[in-house]
Design a protein around this ligand. Structure first.
Ligand code: KG4
Ligand code: ZN
Length: 346
């Protein structure tokens, strides 16, 4: 039996998860609300909040794991404790360096104290492997559209630890396109989920925004940002309440354009690779329009589609735990002299 405790602290969520032989027993996530008033994540405040959250979050993850474990067993067993852990995993990169340091330092200290091996995990690899958490999972090779606040990638997963990036954004990420558009629409940070909410009541074809013409499987979202900016500037000159009056249609139209950009490239990736098992991952995969679009493309083009449950889409430690489980099986451990890095390829 392999019991992994995983810690995620790359941005503004402090999260801990316990996984036993690839089954997630707990996934505790503490969100940091302190950033809302600043319109974006303030790195120094994020690090401080991680320091405050990390012990209670890890404690809660172990308690919850104990409950889940007890509920699954019919026979009496001794309580599940921190000493039952076989390895400690943490997010090594990419992310905010101060935030990453808190999780890495905590994991290293625990590894030293318990004398258990340490596993370093790449956050974007973990987003992809979140698709291996549910019982109904894709088989290899599969394609994954990974869309988060900092990344937009199309990945071929050949095996759990062999992932190949075949397309990515040349400028903004899809999450940034959502958040920056939301800001222009006077919506608070993070705007992605709010655009999603308004879009449900709006007409996606009410307004038309620019779609890029980028060759191959790469993405670009900076043109859309400029298109939204100039469109709003012109309309506000005619009617200063234009945004308030049309917020639902504006959100629906922006969301429709972003999804179209993503789905057209994903379709191209399926055609180029011939791989018809298609997943989404990352914070933007929580978007209801994108989830619906993936299902619709799947039905139309006969793809098998997979979408992780919401709690495994945005930042969470369960995805770090499942990735660490495969690294544990491959004996990919790291030494205590390792350091997190803000940017790193895999
Ligand atoms: O993966 P994630 O939680 O953090 C990063 O690793 O970046 O992604 C965060 C991004 C943010 O840009 C946020 O606005 C976006 O995911 N997001 C959404 C939704 N939920 C989160 N975007 C659109 N619709 C949503 N429902
Ligand atoms: Zn993420």
């Amino acid at each position: 039996m392999a019991v992994i405790l995983a810690i995620e602290s790359s941005c503004d969520e402090t999260s801990a998860s316990v996984c036993v032989d690839g089954a997630i027993l707990s996934n505790i996530i503490a969100n940091q609300t302190v950033h809302e008033q600043y319109g974006g994540v303030v790195p120094e405040l994020a690090s401080r909040a991680h320091i405050q959250n990390i012990v209670p979050v890890v404690d809660a993850a172990i308690k919850k794991a104990n409950e889940t474990y007890s509920a699954r067993l019919t026979t009496h067993h001794s309580p599940f404790t921190i000493h039952d852990i076989d390895a400690i995993a943490f997010t090594q990169s990419p992310g905010l360096i101060g935030s990453l340091l808190v999780g890495a330092q905590f994991a290293k200290s625990l590894s030293l104290a318990l004398d258990k091996p340490l596993i370093a995990v790449h956050h974007m690899q973990a987003h992809v492997l979140a698709n291996l958490i549910p019982v109904a999972k894709p088989t290899f090779p599969f394609l994954c559209l990974t869309v988060s606040g900092g990344h937009t990638q199309i990945v071929v997963a050949h095996s759990p630890l062999r992932l190949e990036i075949i397309g990515e954004t040349i400028d903004d990420a899809a999450g940034e396109a959502f958040d920056k558009s939301a800001k222009m629409l006077n919506l608070p940070y993070p705007g992605g989920p709010l655009i999603d909410k308004h879009a449900k009541q709006g007409d996606p074809k009410a307004f038309k925004f620019a779609e890029p013409k980028i060759p191959g499987l790469d993405f670009s979202f900076s043109g859309l940002k400029t298109s939204v900016l100039y469109f709003l500037r012109d309309e506000k000159l005619k009617d200063e309440n234009f945004i308030e009056k049309n917020i639902d249609d504006l959100c629906a139209s922006v969301q429709y354009t972003i999804i179209n950009i993503l789905m057209k490239k994903l379709k191209k990736a399926v055609d180029v690779t011939g791989i018809k098992q298609v997943c989404v991952a990352g914070g933007v995969s929580a978007n209801s329009g994108l989830r619906d679009a993936l299902k619709a493309y799947g039905e139309k083009y006969k793809w098998q589609t997979f979408i992780p449950p919401f709690e495994y889409c945005t930042d969470n430690a369960a995805m770090i735990a499942i990735t660490a489980y495969y690294k544990f099986l491959a004996k990919e451990f790291t030494g205590l002299d390792t350091s997190p890095t803000a940017r790193a390829s895999w």
